[in-house]
Design a protein around this ligand. Structure first.
Ligand code: CAO
Length: 435
């Protein structure tokens, strides 16, 4: 015969709201298993089964208000169940900001769930993982079943943002937290930093969510890895490109009809290769163990290309062996290919050094991220006419800002400065490219 399970004496609380149904009709429960969660303005608590059996029918819904004596459910007791079973403990959880509620002393009616015995948070079990900060875990606002769930997964509830009522932490919040932590783990940070909290930006105004493109995600992973694993230094410098620019313009006019655009970038590629020849460490890579430097005898340069779907870095091979016109033609082709999403993986492999030119857009300097396994990357910003002292007067000169980021494990600061000084000299007097 079914027995009625009622809300036991829950102390000072009256008309508390049912916020969670923890069982359904047909479920088998053991004595002390939680049946429902209720919440007052002071605390959330779970009402446990006074004995084991099968839930026949639930008599409450989420949102119902219940008090002592309210019918929760009908239970078919397990055969041979001891109806005099020891009262289970009502598991109570307070919102972090609330103060302790008074313990209840009156005995519960026999067929009701057992009387509440507020459980001091300081009694929380020792964490099974080193990641749990017991102090913040105990302050987190979550029901006992969620606490148990979090402990099983080794999640520190103190770091989980609650999305339930009054910021109560739900099971989904814990699951989200784990998913985020795992995805950050696969990105390979290994830094043990706290994960970013999930923020509901719509609370401050209208928002729109758009997925990242495949390129965004891939580039993001590489950049993140390189940013955290490569000790970066950025060396800034300038090159006087007044003469180079007038030469370039003459070439532009000459090759316009042939459909080739001679841009500053091709000169930069040539200048970079000549600097790599002068400073071979700039054309090296660390081996996977970080024990050896691999010096390359070929000169392939990656060019960062901005596309509507994100950043890609196609590689121009054998830059040392190609003429300016050949390089300009190839650069035009790979830019179009990149923007038309026609680049093959092999078009983006084998680079030795990368150039990222934002000169066509603007800016005075920036700190590019090394494109590992390269050990250096040259950032180029917009050139500007500036007054330069020639020893007797100021002369208007076209100045190109250079930003060289390098892997400090491979390149010393002095070499970084030597490299940009060399580049600057070559770009100021391109006859040096012939040397
Ligand atoms: N200073 C002043 N003007 C410059 C310049 C510079 N440093 N570099 C280019 N320009 C001018 C060009 O002369 C051209 O002018 P005209 O149209 O009058 O001839 C204009 O800017 C546009 O140049 P461009 O960008 O089309 O050509 P480019 O060869 O300089 O660059 C490419 C090609 C593919 C590198 C470029 O289009 C691009 O995608 N840049 C963005 C790269 C990027 O996103 N980097 C960031 C990566 S994060 O590290």
């Amino acid at each position: 015969m079914s027995i009625e399970i009622q809300v036991p004496d829950i102390g000072d609380f009256d008309q508390v709201e049912v916020i969670e149904l923890l069982v359904s009709a047909g479920d088998t429960v053991n004595a002390e298993d939680s049946l429902i969660s209720v919440e007052s303005d002071k605390a959330a608590m779970e009402i446990p089964a006074p004995e084991g059996g099968v839930v026949k029918e639930l008599k409450v819904n989420i949102g119902d208000k219940v008090s002592e004596g309210s019918l929760i459910l009908l239970l078919d007791p397990a055969s041979g169940a001891n109806t005099e079973s020891k009262p289970a403990e009502i598991k109570q959880e307070k919102p972090a900001e609330k103060t302790e509620s008074k313990p209840v002393a009156t005995p519960a009616p026999k067929t009701s769930a057992p009387k509440p015995e507020p459980k001091p948070q300081s009694n929380a079990k020792q964490s099974p993982t080193a990641n749990i900060n017991e102090a913040s875990f105990s302050k987190a606002y979550a029901s006992p079943s969620i606490r148990k769930f979090a402990r099983e997964l080794g999640v520190d509830l103190g770091q989980v943002e609650g999305t339930g009522r009054k910021k109560r932490i739900t099971k989904e919040d814990v699951q989200h937290f784990v998913k985020r932590a795992l995805s950050q783990g696969t990105a390979g940070t290994g830094l043990g930093v706290a994960p970013m909290p999930e923020i509901d930006f719509s609370q401050w105004g209208e928002i729109e969510t758009k997925p990242l493109t495949k390129i965004n995600k891939l580039t993001g992973q590489f950049l993140h890895r390189n940013w955290v694993t490569v000790p970066h230094v950025t060396q800034f410098d300038e090159a006087d490109i007044t003469d180079l620019e007038s030469f370039r313009k003459s070439m532009v006019a000459e090759y316009k009809d042939k459909g080739v655009k001679i841009t500053m970038l091709v000169f930069l590629m040539k200048a970079v290769v000549s600097a790599m020849k002068e400073f071979p460490r700039f054309n090296s890579s660390l081996d996977a163990e970080g024990e050896n430097l691999i010096f390359k005898k070929y000169f392939n340069v990656g060019i960062a290309v901005d596309t509507p779907d994100g950043l890609v870095v196609p590689v121009v091979t054998e830059v040392d062996r190609k003429s300016l016109v050949e390089l300009a033609t190839e650069l035009g082709e790979i830019s179009v290919k990149a923007r038309d999403k026609k680049l093959k993986p092999s078009d983006m492999q084998g680079g030795c050094f990368t150039i990222s030119s934002l000169g066509g857009i603007g800016g005075t300097k920036f700190t590019p991220i090394v494109n590992s396994p390269d050990v250096a990357i040259l950032g180029v910003s917009r050139s500007k006419m500036q007054p330069v002292w020639n020893g007797s007067e100021f002369e208007p000169r076209l100045i190109l800002p250079l930003s060289l980021s390098y892997d400090h494990r491979v390149i010393d600061g002095a070499d970084g400065a030597r490299f940009t000084s060399f580049l600057s000299r070559v770009l100021s007097d391109t006859r040096r490219l012939l040397l």
